[in-house]
Design a protein around this ligand. Structure first.
Ligand code: SF4
Length: 416
C-alpha cells in the first residue's frame, strides 16, 4: 500500500464517520484555528442560517444518550458530514466548561460505543480503511496485500507494533490483548479486524477521558470561568449550555457520586438495611454459594465500590462463590474498580434480567411504583439502585426523627 500521508483527503467519509481522527484538524484547519467563541458563533450561524439545524437539540440529545447509557448516538448520521466533526469539537468545549468527570466518563463511553458500531459498519474487507485510521492515530501498523493467516479460522491484512498494541489495550481485561495469545513476528502483532476495532473503541474512550484529566489537573480554574463568561455571551450557546446543565441536574439521580455522598461504607455502619431488591437477591445467591453470571458480578462490584466498600471486603463477599479463586478474583475486582464505572441504571438492569422488583421475597413497592416526593408533589420512579438507597435512608432518618420526637413527648408527659 502506498504511503500517501494525506489519503484521508480523498476519504472524507471516514472523517465524517470518525470525528476523533486527527486529520480532521488538518482538513478543517481554518475552522479549527478559530478561538472558541469565534468557532461557536460561526457554528450556530452557519447551520441555522443555511439548513435550520438546531445545534442545541443535537448536543442536548448526545448528553441525553450519554446519561441514559445508550449504546449509540441516536442522532448520529455520517451524512451530516463535517457537522459531526464540529459537534465533536463543541463537546470538547462543553465538557471542559462543565468540568464534571462523571459526565465526561459518560460521553467517553457513548462515543466509544458509537465508534465501535460505526467501525463495524465499515465495508472494509481488506482492512484498508482500518489501516488509514490506525496510521492517522499515529500507530505503527503494517499492511499486507495478501491476508495472513492468524489461526484456523481468521486472517488479517494488518499487524500493529507490539508497543502500540499493549498501549491500546492497557485497560482491557480480555485475554486476547495479552501478547502471549497473539501471533507476533519481528515485533508486530497480527490482529484480526474484530480485535482491532475493539482496541480502537478503547482508544476513543481514552481520548475523551483525557478532557477530564486535563480539567482535573488544571491549575488555573480562572481559564474555565473566563471562557464560560465569554461563551455565554453568545445567546444560542448560553441556551444550549443552560439546557445541558438543567438536564444534568434533573438526571442527578442517575449519577452515583451525587447521591451517595452520605451513603458511604463506614466500619460498624450497616448499609445493608438500605440495599435494593436486586442487590439483596444477588447477596443471597452469594451466601448460598450459587454462582453469579458475569453481569451480576460486575454490577455487584460496581455497586459496592460506589459505596466505597474496601476491596478486601468486596473480595470477602465473593469468597463463597463456587468458582472463587483468590488471585483471579482479586485481579478482576481491582480491574472493575479501576474502571470506575457507575452501577447500571434500573432500566439497564431490567434489560439484563437483574432487576428484582417483583421478586416474591425481596421485591418491594418503592421499586414497583416509585415514591411520593413532597418537594416535587408527584410520584417519582426509581431510576437507579443508588437512588433507591437514598430514598430508603431518608425514610429511615425520618422514622428515627419521629421516634425521637415521640420519646421526648412521652418523657415530658411522664415528668408532668
Ligand atoms: S427497580 Fe432498580 S433498584 Fe429496584 S430492584 Fe429493580 S433494578 Fe434494583
Amino acid at each position: 500500500m502506498s504511503s500517501d500521508e494525506n489519503i484521508l483527503t480523498s476519504k472524507p467519509e471516514l472523517l465524517y464517520r470518525f470525528p476523533w481522527l486527527s486529520f480532521t484538524k488538518v482538513k478543517f484547519k481554518e475552522i479549527g484555528k478559530k478561538n472558541p467563541d469565534e468557532f461557536v458563533e460561526w457554528l450556530y450561524k452557519k447551520y441555522w442560517d443555511k439548513n435550520k439545524v438546531n445545534i442545541d437539540k443535537k448536543i442536548e440529545s448526545i448528553f441525553e444518550d450519554a446519561i441514559n447509557n445508550l449504546e449509540i448516538i441516536r442522532d448520529f448520521n455520517p451524512k451530516d458530514e463535517e457537522l459531526n466533526i464540529y459537534i465533536y469539537w463543541m463537546l470538547k468545549i462543553i465538557l471542559f466548561l462543565l468540568n464534571n468527570p462523571n459526565i465526561t466518563n459518560r460521553i467517553a463511553n457513548l462515543y466509544s460505543k458509537n465508534a465501535l458500531k460505526q467501525l463495524e459498519l465499515l465495508r472494509d474487507e481488506k482492512m484498508e480503511d482500518l489501516y488509514w485510521i490506525c496510521s492517522d492515530l499515529g500507530l505503527d501498523v503494517q499492511y499486507y496485500e495478501d491476508p495472513i493467516k492468524i489461526n484456523a479460522v481468521e486472517k488479517t491484512n494488518l499487524s500493529v507494533h507490539f508497543i502500540d498494541f499493549i498501549k491500546m489495550g492497557i485497560n482491557l481485561r480480555d485475554d486476547y490483548r495479552k501478547l502471549v495469545n497473539n501471533s507476533l513476528s519481528h515485533g508486530y502483532v497480527f490482529i484480526s479486524k474484530n480485535r482491532l476495532i475493539r482496541l480502537l473503541q478503547e482508544y476513543v474512550r481514552n481520548e475523551i477521558l483525557k478532557f477530564a484529566k486535563t480539567n482535573k489537573s488544571e491549575e488555573d480554574p480562572k481559564e474555565r470561568t473566563d471562557l464560560e463568561e465569554i461563551l455565554t455571551e453568545i445567546t444560542p450557546f448560553k441556551i444550549t449550555f443552560e439546557k445541558i446543565k438543567n438536564l444534568i441536574k434533573s438526571k442527578k439521580i442517575e449519577f452515583s457520586s451525587d447521591y451517595t455522598e452520605t451513603m458511604k461504607y463506614l466500619e460498624g455502619k450497616d448499609l445493608s438495611i438500605f440495599f435494593p431488591p436486586c442487590i439483596k437477591f444477588l447477596l443471597s445467591k452469594v451466601q448460598q454459594s450459587q454462582n453469579l453470571i458475569h453481569n451480576e458480578r460486575l454490577f455487584l462490584v460496581f455497586f459496592l465500590n460506589s459505596l466505597k466498600y474496601p476491596i478486601d471486603q468486596i473480595i470477602n463477599i465473593f469468597k463463597t462463590l463456587p468458582d472463587f479463586d483468590d488471585k483471579i478474583a482479586g485481579y478482576q475486582i481491582e480491574f472493575a474498580i479501576k474502571k470506575g464505572y457507575s452501577p447500571h441504571s434500573c432500566a439497564k438492569l431490567e434489560t439484563l434480567g437483574i432487576c428484582q422488583k417483583d421478586h416474591k421475597i425481596f421485591g418491594d413497592e418503592i421499586c414497583r411504583k416509585g415514591f411520593y416526593s413532597r418537594n416535587q408533589d408527584r410520584m417519582i420512579k426509581i431510576a437507579h439502585p443508588l437512588f433507591y438507597m437514598s430514598v430508603k435512608e431518608s425514610r429511615y432518618l425520618w422514622k428515627m426523627k419521629r421516634r425521637d420526637i415521640n420519646e421526648q413527648k412521652i418523657t415530658k408527659i411522664e415528668k408532668n
